[in-house]
Ligand binder design. Structure first.
Ligand SMILES: NC(=O)c1ccc[n+]([C@@H]2O[C@H](COP(=O)([O-])OP(=O)(O)OC[C@H]3O[C@@H](n4cnc5c(N)ncnc54)[C@H](OP(=O)(O)O)[C@@H]3O)[C@@H](O)[C@H]2O)c1
Length: 291
């Protein structure tokens, strides 16, 4: 089973690495073990960014991913790496945007170096910079694509209007926005991406308004449904997301082999539409789905 980003097939569930680098405590062996477990569990998409870094490293997350792939002892050519630029860590608590063409060029080059790759499978404008027209930022990435430094282009944290503007400049293979069962305000854009054949990378897929799905109330309320289906509560939520659109790929964060192996199992959930409709009814009755 696969999903697609443009012409490229990927796993149904993607692994996101932000938490390996942005928190005060960095556990590189833990991050590498998590990446290795993800690959063993069939995950072939890893999401990273220039912004996911420690205070003192220019590209910590990408460097950790490169080391994990180099040490995994298996062919890694089919690992699809999504990275992003135009957004950076300015200091311990501050992140900022820089969507100027020269900044994006430097970001693209720095990330290639850190990843040890010749070209980016998928490169996203991380966050439109309010002081630079999005046409200019996407135009700069399109120029880098013509130079073969980027294979596919995408945008993240965009509105419908910003996607329209980006599409006027270059073909867009993916949008990466926030979408979870508990935060669905981006559904119109998800539907637009589906109709245009643009992959929708759903970031923070387990995050609710009240925190992560580890929130005990959500967990307890959904557990009966998950038990009935013979899956974990997290698999139920990720399966529900996969069921929303054929081009949706949840980008799930993980800090341990256990959690990513469990999340990867969501790709195997196949129930009929009637079963999912009954899940929707029960989740709605328990006020768990937030639109
Ligand atoms: N484009 C953007 O602007 C943007 C913004 C935010 C995030 N992202 C991407 O999205 C990724 C994920 O986002 P996120 O980390 O905010 O949120 P998330 O994936 O919704 O939640 C991650 C949390 O859920 C837990 N978890 C995941 N699967 C689990 C399982 N099967 N069982 C138990 N616990 C489980 C993890 O636990 P453990 O820590 O115990 O493993 C972690 O604490 C990021 O790493 C990043 O790649 C992108």
């Amino acid at each position: 089973m696969t999903r697609h980003v443009g012409d490229r097939a990927t796993s149904l569930v993607g692994l996101g690495g932000a938490s390996w680098s942005i928190h005060d405590e960095v556990d590189e062996p833990g991050a590498i073990a998590t990446i290795h477990a993800a690959l063993s569990a069939g995950i072939t998409l890893i999401d990273t960014a220039r912004a996911y870094t420690t205070v003192d490293h220019p590209a910590h997350n990408e460097a950790v991913i490169a080391r994990a792939l180099a040490s995994c002892g298996a062919p890694v050519d089919d690992v699809f790496i999504v990275t992003k630029g135009g957004h950076f860590r300015a200091d311990h608590d501050t992140w900022a945007e820089d969507g100027r063409p020269e900044a994006l060029r430097a970001d693209v080059e720095r990330s290639l170096l850190a990843l040890g790759r010749e070209s980016h499978d998928l490169y996203l404008l991380h966050k439109p910079d309010a002081s630079v027209a999005i046409d200019e930022s996407v135009g700069a990435l399109a120029e880098l694509q013509r130079e073969s430094k980027i294979v596919r282009l995408g945008v993240s944290n965009v509105s419908d209007e910003q996607l329209t503007q980006a599409l006027r400049i270059a073909p867009i293979s993916a949008v990466e926005n926030s979408f979870s069962p508990f935060r669905q305000d981006d559904r119109p854009l998800l539907e637009r991406c589906t109709s245009l054949g643009i992959a929708y990378l759903a970031y923070s897929p387990l995050r609710s308004g009240r925190g992560f799905a580890t929130d005990r109330t959500i967990f307890a309320d959904s557990l009966a449904l998950a038990d009935e289906a013979g899956v974990s509560a997290y698999q139920l939520w990720l399966g529900w997301l996969l069921h929303q659109a054929p081009g949706l790929i949840p980008i799930v964060g993980a800090n341990s082999p256990r959690t990513i192996t469990d999340s990867a199992g969501a790709a195997c959930i196949e129930f009929d539409p009637e079963w999912w409709a009954s899940v929707d009814r029960e989740l709605a009755a328990a006020s768990l789905l937030v639109s």
